[in-house]
Write a protein that binds this ligand. Structure first.
Ligand code: SAM
Length: 354
């Protein structure tokens, strides 16, 4: 049968490793368009024509890690490092809140200069100023005690891409102090603590094969994340991958639609990396089943020093980005949704930053 594996994926929400390899290998065949049509219909069934908007604040670019693909890697001596103050972060969120945002994503490198006490104080301030907003963290790997303390303080979502579920590829892409097993353990800790948890992988970093992506899908179907960040790898001029080709936009879109088929109520962003590689990346992402967009609240001066890859837009203000997004999404027949936008399994929790 023509789309037997897509049928199976939709019906059972599970494929074997070999089946994932087979379905992934049809990216240039008829499955691409079919998966897109099905993914878009599933997203609309679960979320209507609404696209959740989150505001991201990149509040530190200090990082102790050596991810070979990333522009923030520790060994970069030329990079101006910054860390926003709590007041600066609060005023970024204030600007987003005034425009209607009710989810703030605080993201940064793994900054050894930021401890739990500082984060707990920040979360407390955010909660008292914006009691109906959801605080999402994306700060990398931390101890179980730290994740628990931040949850107790009021953080409710955590984004930690697994980057790749292949142990051998993980080793090639990361420095010797980083552990594949620790990264995965962090994800399981977050989930066990009650966070809405986001995993995710790069599409097309150097050395990635279809088998590696099949491993990602096997991990995702076992882990069942509430959120998933998937964007193309884009080279950064100051890294060892400066001259590597970027990940394929088409493959990224195909992966996104397969993610939607696997996890129908997933919070699935059309990522900035996708929009950087393709001028119509947001529209294409939505057409392939995405239902989240995360525009940037970071002040321009800091954004210039938070370039994970080449081509990051540092010029467009948040207000401008938001009004352009509104037009683009409306042109597609969709609309922006400014609520907290919890995962449906968590949406029944009401109350203070529940
Ligand atoms: N430090 C936190 C962490 O480890 O999860 C969050 C910040 S990290 C810079 C955010 C994400 O950027 C990573 O998970 C990675 O997938 C993505 N990223 C880094 N370099 C990239 C590149 N060259 N191309 C595309 N995405 C990249």
């Amino acid at each position: 049968m023509a789309f037997a594996l897509l049928d199976r994926l939709e019906a059972h929400k599970k494929l074997s490793f070999d089946q994932w390899c087979e379905v992934l290998s049809d990216c240039d065949g008829p499955s691409f368009e079919e998966a897109k049509i099905r993914a878009s219909a599933i997203a609309q069934k679960h979320f209507g024509r609404g696209i959740y908007i989150r505001g991201i604040v990149e509040f530190t670019n200090f990082c102790r890690n050596e991810c070979h693909y990333c522009g923030l890697q520790k060994s970069r001596r030329d990079l101006v490092r910054y860390r926003l103050s709590q007041e600066e972060i609060l005023s970024c969120c204030e600007a987003g809140y005034r425009l209607g945002l009710r989810t703030f994503v605080l993201q940064g490198g793994e900054d050894p200069g930021i401890d739990d006490a500082w984060l707990i104080a920040l979360i407390g301030q955010l909660q008292s100023r914006f009691p109906d907003a959801c605080i999402t963290l994306s700060l990398g790997e931390r101890s179980e005690q730290s994740y628990a303390a931040l949850f107790a303080a009021g953080a409710r979502r955590y984004l930690l891409r697994h980057e790749t579920a292949s142990h051998s590829l993980y080793r090639k892409l990361h420095g010797p102090t980083q552990s594949y097993f620790e990264r995965l353990s962090c994800l399981y800790r977050l989930k066990a603590l009650g966070y809405q948890t986001g995993a995710g992988m790069l599409i097309g970093p150097p050395g990635q094969s279809l088998e590696h992506l099949a491993e990602d899908f096997c991990f995702i179907q076992a882990f069942q994340p509430e959120m998933l960040g998937c964007g193309p790898f884009i080279p950064h001029a100051q890294t060892i991958y400066a001259h590597e080709p970027a990940g394929s936009v088409k493959r990224t879109l195909y992966v996104l639609s397969l993610c939607r088929l696997l996890l129908p109520d997933l919070l699935l962003p059309a990522t900035t990396a996708l929009a950087t590689e393709d001028a119509h990346g947001y529209e294409e992402g939505i057409a392939h089943g995405c239902n989240v967009i995360m525009p940037n609240l970071t002040p321009r001066v800091s954004k210039m020093h938070y370039q994970l890859y080449n081509g990051v837009d540092c010029e467009t203000s948040f207000e401008e980005a938001l009004s352009r997004l509104k037009l683009r999404v409306t042109d597609l027949g969709y609309h922006l949704v400014f609520g907290r936008g919890d995962h449906p399994r968590f949406a029944q929790h009401k109350g203070r930053n529940a």
